[in-house]
Design a binder for this molecule. Structure first.
Ligand SMILES: Cc1cc2nc3c(=O)[nH]c(=O)nc-3n(C[C@H](O)[C@H](O)[C@H](O)COP(=O)(O)OP(=O)(O)OC[C@H]3O[C@@H](n4cnc5c(N)ncnc54)[C@H](O)[C@@H]3O)c2cc1C
Length: 522
């Protein structure tokens, strides 16, 4: 992962002539932004850890798995939101964790948390580094120093129960690594967020991630059967049967806990055989309201697509769902919907047929396979464009929410209005990314000309959008999580008593408060 941009440097994307044309015509963006520094030019605040602190940490993980080198601290200085990328482009001194520790076992994590509690060092658990909500900011809270606890060495398939369809996966496995290990046995997890190539199993659990196949396989938290967690005051091994009435489900405390309550070391997940067959069909609807009603019909009738998503008119017009064609001549009119079906040949045929019938009855027109295949082909590549857009002087960021079907259109209108008013002349695009029988999530992409102070520019727009979400009854986050960015709205989301409950749990299991200060819990 690049330290100042998304993903694999080899896959960086130049802006096409079409996109440059769109930027000039729609946003008046013509010149390039000032380039950011090379990694070697970045000035990092020196490590605040004392020689004694470093010796105590090294005694746990070994010298080889502890580093204060800038080259190791800089890539753990934050996540991959647009504000993160803008901070990395700054020539001012940058903040970073004071050291990086790479434990190799639960025993080492227990010992590290004890050292950090005793020496009053904050700890930021680090998975794939793809947070887009400030979840990895090296905040020290009340402490003099902070370490990044990188989980990449916990990268094993620890158990596979083929009979029950369950796998125990190390928290540090990336999406592709986990799928490769499962595929050796003919199984698949089926969790494909857009950050799939870099994000980890522990990160998916810690943020309640949701993947593109959520219609078929559910969100990541739906897949979780058990969790192993190390906290400063002890260890937990949660979830021992397919279902249980043994009181409140404590797994729920750690799903979405964002490193504030414990370090997730392994996750037991539901897995399924690698699908034998896939089928694709794209659709167009005359408008977003008709398309949304069609998706609702599919979900409420339970016709079983693995993927179903709907772009609004603006997204469809610029071909956002088909990465290779973005900004080109509009290939499709109205609103594009993509469906994908997976399973055995019989299951796929039956699900496809039922879904087709529902979409046709709801006013859809089939576009055949090609646009759905094009979406799948480019589905992990669009984030590379964000870096090229920044280079070209355009700010691009996303945000997401969810609500019941009844309130969805008012929510979309309120967020679009808030963003457009805060960023005059911007492009605001939206799609339905995940569906449920009772509602759906809305995913917004915003593109605007970079202002003089882009962090403040986006900060004001984001605040306006979050206020609009709260006012309209949406959730402050459907899958990106809370981190630092959404924390000011948490009290609105869960109420004052809810906040006190979270604080009480934190006080019990992390009494010194070393775990990820300043995130999630107000
Ligand atoms: C381009 C892009 C596309 C994205 N697309 C999606 C998407 O489609 N769906 C989606 O849900 N999200 C998406 N995200 C957000 C992000 O990828 C998810 O939140 C992901 O689950 C984070 O996983 P990670 O391993 O990178 O965690 P990190 O970013 O490393 O950490 C995220 C948070 O979890 C904590 N954490 C990480 N690992 C552990 C652990 N083992 N124990 C305890 N705490 C831990 C961290 O302290 C931090 O607070 C996207 C992000 C980017 C940049």
């Amino acid at each position: 992962m690049k330290w100042d941009a998304w993903g694999d440097p080899a896959l960086a994307k130049e802006l096409s002539a079409d996109i440059k044309g769109l930027l000039a015509a729609a946003l008046g963006v013509t010149g390039d932004a000032a380039p950011g520094p090379d990694a070697s030019e970045v000035v990092l605040r020196p490590s605040a850890l004392t020689p004694d602190d470093l010796a105590a940490l090294a005694a746990v993980v070994g010298e080889a798995h502890l580093s204060t080198a800038d080259a190791d601290r800089l890539p753990r200085a934050g996540g991959k939101s647009t504000p993160d990328l803008l901070r990395r482009r700054s020539r001012d001194p940058q903040d970073a964790p004071d050291a990086v520790v790479l434990p190799g076992s639960e025993d080492e994590i227990t010992a590290l948390l004890a050292v950090c509690t005793e020496r009053r060092i904050a700890v930021v658990p680090f998975g794939g580094g793809t947070s887009v909500v400030g979840g990895l900011d090296p905040e020290r809270g009340a402490f003099a120093a902070v370490v990044s606890l990188d989980l990449r060495r916990l990268d094993q398939l620890l158990d596979l129960d083929e009979t029950s369809g369950e796998a125990l996966l190390g928290a540090g496995l990336t999406g592709p690594a986990a799928e490769a290990l499962l595929a050796e046995h003919g199984f698949e997890l089926g969790h494909y967020p857009q950050s799939f190539r870099f994000a980890t199993i522990g990160g998916f659990a810690a943020t309640r991630s949701s993947g593109q196949n959520s219609a078929g396989h559910g969100r990541f938290d739906d897949m979780v059967r058990g969790l192993r967690v190390v906290t400063p005051t002890g260890r937990l091994d949660l979830g021992r049967a397919p279902a249980s009435a043994a009181g409140p489900d404590l797994r729920e405390l750690f799903l979405g806990s964002e490193g504030t309550l414990g370090v997730i070391t392994a996750v037991r997940v539901r897995v399924h055989p690698v699908p034998a067959v896939k089928a694709y069909e794209a659709w167009t609807f005359p408008d977003f309201t008709t398309g949304a009603a069609a998706l609702r019909a599919v979900e409420q009738q339970g016709t079983g697509p693995t993927v179903i998503r709907l772009s609004d008119e603006a997204e469809t017009m610029i071909n956002l769902a088909m990465t290779e064609k973005i900004g080109g001549e509009a290939a499709i009119s109205g609103c594009l919907a993509v469906t994908v079906f997976e399973g055995t040949a019989e299951q796929v045929a039956a699900r496809h047929q039922l879904t087709r019938a529902a979409l046709l009855a709801a006013g859809g027109t089939s576009l055949g396979e090609a646009p759905a295949r094009a979406w799948e082909h480019g589905r992990f590549n669009a984030p590379y464009l964000r870096d090229s857009l920044l280079d070209a002087g355009a700010l691009c960021e996303t945000l997401e929410t969810a609500a019941g079907w009844r309130d969805l259109h008012a929510l979309r209108f309120a967020v679009t209005t808030a963003l457009t008013e805060a960023l005059p002349g911007s492009l605001v695009l939206c799609h339905i990314s995940h569906v449920y029988p009772t509602g759906a999530s809305l995913y917004f992409t915003v593109v605007a000309a970079l202002g003089e102070e882009p962090l403040q520019q986006w900060g004001a727009a984001k605040r306006a959008a979050c206020d609009a979400i709260v006012r309209s009854g949406g959730t402050i986050t459907h899958h990106h999580a809370v981190g630092t960015d959404h924390r000011p709205w948490m009290a609105d989301e869960i109420g004052d008593l809810g906040v006190r409950i979270l604080r009480a749990v934190k006080a019990e299991i992390d009494p010194a408060g070393i775990l990820n200060p300043g995130k999630l819990i107000p």
